[in-house]
Design a protein around this ligand. Structure first.
Ligand code: ADP
Ligand code: MG
Length: 313
């Protein structure tokens, strides 16, 4: 675990040894790191403060504020937050398995049982956000859904064997997805999330008595953006491509606005009616008609009891 190519961040590197880069965004890099004192492995999101305007800085602080108030098995935990003159540092629970996005690419698509196993974990986390914390995530997508480490037996399962340069370090516990079933999936990246009601009052934020009807209505339906996204993720898991796609942004925008998608043959031919029915209730243009998280969880497709999916069968 050489850190020679890793950058040195004043205010962070004294305490954490950076191991490798795990992801990057417009203003941030995410590193796998090790607490020099305890040996604990973490993920650290390093945000380049100096590239942000004051609005964007406020948004990072809001992301931190929201994450601090969340505690759920399906949500990546923020362990601590600090800043230096040039950076913000978000120390996060390490998700070694990487993005759901990569697993889709690797496996092409998921069986219904595996898709159910994954999507139910995401749905329970969304239920917690929507119903217990009044938080709308607003950026649910495969890149922001991360897998924990998952046990696989590499030699017996060459096809599912994930590429990992650190395999000696991890022994038989390797990131990825495979023989021993799959581990937890958690929601990350609260950079666009928003609190729509305060816990204490159960009312929308702001002074309710003076709030205009369009705002109140907006807040009531704002949770539905996560349900649309959940529908897109479920669709993609089941067939390997997203429900809405076009090379031209304007055509794509038009398709989304009209809710124009199909269960394309032959890819959808063998997928259950029940799965299609559920997706239809999520990819529904009118947010008032769209399923809420509780309606989603009550749908028959979510309540099929099958054994924990094994990718090798
Ligand atoms: P951005 O706002 O730039 O999208 P994210 O918080 O989504 O920032 O992080 C960017 C990427 O970094 C993620 O898509 C993921 O690949 C990786 N990443 C983020 N958090 C973690 C984590 N806790 N463990 C492992 N990888 C992570
Ligand atoms: Mg992200």
């Amino acid at each position: 675990e050489a850190s020679d190519k890793m950058p040195y961040y004043e205010g962070l590197s004294e305490r954490f040894q950076l191991i490798k880069k795990m992801g990057d965004g417009a203003f941030s890099n995410v590193y796998k790191a090790r607490d020099r004192q305890t040996g604990q492995k973490v993920a650290i999101k390093v945000v380049r403060k100096y590239e942000l305007n004051s609005n964007q800085r406020a948004n990072i602080l809001k992301e931190v504020q929201i994450m601090r108030n969340l505690k759920h098995d399906g949500i990546v935990e923020l362990q601590s937050f600090s800043e230096s003159r040039e950076h913000y540092f978000l120390v996060l629970e390490l998700m070694e398995g990487g993005e759901l996005f990569h697993q889709i690419v690797k496996l092409t698509y998921f069986s219904e049982a595996l898709a159910r196993h994954v999507i139910l974990q995401v749905a329970h986390a969304i239920r917690y956000l929507h119903e217990e914390r009044g938080v709308v995530h607003r950026d649910i997508k495969p890149e922001n859904l991360l897998f924990e480490s998952i046990k696989i037996i590499p030699s017996k399962h060459p096809i599912q064997r994930p590429y990992d340069e650190e395999k000696e370090d991890e022994g038989e516990f390797m990131p990825g997805i495979g023989g021993g079933g799959i581990g937890r999936v958690k929601i990350a990246d609260f950079g666009l999330s928003k609190v729509v009601w305060e816990e204490s009052t159960m009312t929308p934020c702001g002074t309710v008595g003076y709030t205009a009807p369009e705002i109140v209505k907006d807040e009531r339906y704002s949770k539905s953006v996560d349900m649309w996204a959940l529908g897109c993720v479920l669709y993609t898991l089941l067939c390997g491509f997203p429900p809405f796609y076009d090379e031209s942004i304007s055509v794509l925008t038009e398709k989304v606005a009209k809710g124009y998608y199909t269960f394309l043959s032959p890819w959808w031919d063998d997928i259950s009616k029940s799965a299609k029915d559920l997706i239809t209730h999520l990819l529904c243009v009118d947010p008032r008609q769209r399923y809420t998280i509780d309606e989603f969880l009550r749908h028959p497709w979510c309540n099929v009891k099958d054994p924990i999916p094994d990718l090798n069968s």
